[in-house]
Design a binder for this molecule. Structure first.
Ligand SMILES: *Cc1c(COP(=O)(O)O)cnc(C)c1O
Length: 711
């Protein structure tokens, strides 16, 4: 591999600070608070203005400031500590993998995903699927797993959201400036490495960017190269094109191009993990490699299936990518002869009967050509077995070979620094290394109520100030009506019970459930001595009209004067805003239509920070809720999709808010501490942190799926 290089741009820094450039190009810093502060301390205002982008920071900070900070002993001591940690992390020899997984240690795992949510400066994710993939990489790095990520470098990123005065979502697509991103073009002998995929009438070339995530490399494909036509150059510019043509081409590039890229880079994985069906064409490319060497297609699939792992995230058939056969003809006709198949044999691999005709289902292809298959929560496992049973017609539902591994979140990435410091004192400095051991968390019972409450109050104030500064910036840009200033949160009060509701605006998430009886809600939030605030945030896919209408409905309610400025909609939900919200609110609300959530992860981020979940018993929360660590909405049973069910859920929601949640929050002892509430916070941190961590999750992937694939 020695002839591959990445072009490391030179950043002119004083010698004593030279390694900051290296740190800026490894996302390890994003989950090490002290490392992040090395950048922030150079200029706090600039750090915020540049959206926490260390590369821009190092380019723009004044030389005089750098010369000055070299003389700051505290800063330089911190610098030494961070790089000592970084060096020992990068060269660690006794990782979990090395200690417990000798077989895996010498075999690598490829992880394919359409999106990766790693940090707000790299907007190549749209929501939960991407953030999960990003957290998976960070954890794989921490555990010392030899994993390689494969995805796309979207030249325009995911859109930024603006809300018009009338509540209509506007999408801004800004070209990313690659020099400012922690991504390096992969070169061979000084020239960009490229791979190509064939379409019936042409070839598309792809170049490759490398992002370093601790010890892990993530390779991102990019079609913006000179030899492609203008149309082809923007094929990888955006996530999830809504037209099927560009979508299928992206999936060809990810699945087929991704395998070819790894081969060119000399990465030869023993496990091929598909995060959702978008990458399923990889199974065909791997089979094609063997057919080319003389195997029949059947033998080739037999030989490769054992190494393929497929994670499904979608609990409804319509959520899976499926392509009409005429479209497959258009783009994959060249592939089936290469596999030694005719048209009918090829479509038999993934034929799916729909009411509107036959399709080629990426989900069916992935399930049939993988031996490792899983859903993302216990309930979703059941749903997936039921949904795909038709592929195993001789089996009972419970015997359908799809297991489940419940999602998790990367603790160090999502837990507030202040809370982490408090736990360092209470649990001992090395608690992060043992965070998935449930016994460790029993110690939380003896944590001081005052200390925990104080940290939470701090985080809540921080969120309030942050939201206000965001509004100030937005107001300064112009085109923002004063009522929008109020709607964006300037009247929030950090001492008021605050509920967060932030997620993608897909209709199944029922964002407007809490608004289903607006008069009752206004009454609930405006009670004297017991006010309540609700912060909404989230994007709808630009082509999702019902999703955008939902945002508008909420926005119109938010703007009403009777809300007293206590209902708020914050524009442009991203990982940065998510961090402030999950760390700063008191209650995290989630009202999906069961079982459509599959898992959900934002509630885990909230729960480990001591925010209390108040949610439908769907996905992960159904597994976590124990009666003491938050609240449920509705019952643990299957329900039909009806208006009556929505009303019943809304009623339960209002009743619990009025009768349990609000009174408990405002019930204070002599020191103004809500003792019962703090008890629930501890129960939440204690139960959510170990069980719903990527530490537990990635170990489970290794033990249940990766290690089997290697055998
Ligand atoms: C965690 C996260 C999500 C996933 O949230 P769910 O609603 O629980 O699926 C989506 N977007 C962002 C920015 C996140 O950080």
């Amino acid at each position: 591999m020695t002839n591959f290089q990445t072009q490391f741009p030179s950043i002119d820094l004083p010698k004593k600070l030279a390694r900051l450039a290296e740190l800026a190009y490894n996302l390890w810093w994003t989950w090490q608070p002290e490392a992040g502060r090395l950048f922030a301390q150079l200029d706090r205002a600039m750090w915020e203005r540049l959206n926490h982008n260390p590369i821009r920071m190092l380019h723009e900070v004044e030389r005089a400031r750098l010369n000055e900070i070299i003389k700051d002993k505290d800063y330089m001591n911190s610098y030494k500590r961070v790089f000592a940690d970084f060096d020992s992390y990068m060269s660690q020899q006794d990782t979990w993998t090395q200690q417990t997984q000798p077989k895996i240690d010498s075999n690598s795992i490829a992880y394919f995903s359409m999106e990766f949510g790693l940090h707000e400066t790299l907007p190549i994710y749209s929501g939960g699927l991407g953030v999960l993939a990003g957290d998976h990489l960070k954890e794989a790095s921490d555990l010392g797993l030899p994993l390689t990520g494969v995805g796309f470098m979207y030249a325009q990123g995911y859109f930024s959201q603006r809300i018009s005065e009338d509540g209509w979502q506007e999408a801004l697509n800004n070209p990313l400036i690659f020099e400012n991103l922690p991504a390096l073009l992969v070169l061979k002998d000084g020239k960009p490495v490229t791979v190509s995929v064939e379409l019936p009438d042409r070839k598309i070339s792809l170049q490759v960017w490398e992002v370093r995530v601790g010890r892990i490399a993530l390779y991102l494909l990019d079609s913006n190269v000179d030899s492609n036509s203008d149309y082809d150059r923007v094929l990888t510019a955006r996530l999830y094109w809504s037209d099927l043509d560009r979508r299928i081409m992206q999936e060809v590039m990810l699945g087929i191009g991704g395998v070819r890229m790894l081969r060119v880079l000399n990465v030869n994985p023993a496990v091929w993990h598909m995060n959702e069906g978008h990458a399923a064409f990889l199974t065909l490319e791997r089979a094609r490699e063997l057919v080319e060497k003389g195997d029949t297609f059947e033998t080739a699939i037999e030989k490769t299936r054992g190494q393929n792992v497929f994670t499904t995230h979608t609990p409804v058939p319509a959520g899976n990518d499926e392509f009409p056969l005429w479209l497959m003809d258009k783009y994959l006709a060249a592939v089936w002869p290469q596999l030694g198949l005719n048209r009918e044999q090829f479509y038999d691999l993934a034929r799916h009967e729909q009411s509107y005709g036959e399709t080629f289902s990426m989900g069916v292809l992935a399930l049939r050509s993988s031996n490792g298959r899983n859903g993302v929560s216990e309930l979703h496992g059941h749903v997936a077995r039921d949904m795909w049973k038709f592929l195993w017609s001789d089996k009972k539902v419970d015997d359908v070979p799809i297991t489940h591994i419940t999602n998790g979140v990367h603790t160090a990435n999502w837990m507030a620094r202040r809370l982490r410091m408090l736990l360092d004192v209470h649990l001992g400095e090395s608690w992060m290394e043992r965070l998935d051991e449930t016994e460790l968390w029993d110690k939380l019972d003896s944590l001081s109520d005052e200390a925990l409450w104080e940290v939470r109050q701090h985080l809540k104030r921080k969120m309030n100030f942050y939201l206000r500064e965001r509004v100030r910036d937005r107001w300064t840009i112009g085109g923002f009506h004063p009522v929008q200033v109020v709607s964006a949160g300037v009247m929030l009060n950090p001492y008021v019970l605050t509920i967060g509701f932030a997620r993608r605006f897909a209709t199944y998430k029922r964002a407007s459930l809490i608004l289903s009886d607006v008069e009752r809600l206004l009454d609930v939030i405006n009670r004297p001595n017991m006010p309540v605030q609700i912060v909404f945030a989230g994007k709808a896919h630009p082509a999702d009209e019902p999703g955008k209408q939902l945002i508008q409905k909420i926005y119109r309610t938010v703007k009403r004067a009777e809300t007293g400025g206590r209902l708020v909609f914050v524009e442009d939900y991203d990982m940065n805003l998510a961090r402030y919200l999950v760390q700063g609110v008191d209650v995290w609300l989630n009202t999906p239509r069961r079982p459509l959530e599959a898992s959900g992860t934002s509630g885990m981020k909230a729960g480990l920070n001591g925010a209390l979940n108040f949610s439908i018993l769907d996905g992960w929360w159904r597994e976590s809720f124990n009666g003491k660590n938050g609240w449920s909405i509705g019952e643990d049973k299957h329900t039909e999709v009806t208006d009556a069910q929505d009303q019943a859920d809304a009623k339960d929601l209002y009743n619990k808010l009025e009768n349990e949640i609000i009174p408990m929050y405002y019930e204070r002892d002599i020191n103004n501490i809500p003792v019962e509430w703090v008890g629930r916070m501890k129960e939440s941190i204690k139960t959510v942190t170990p069980q719903f961590s990527t530490r537990r999750m990635v170990k489970e992937y290794v033990e249940k799926l990766y290690s089997k694939a290697i055998e």
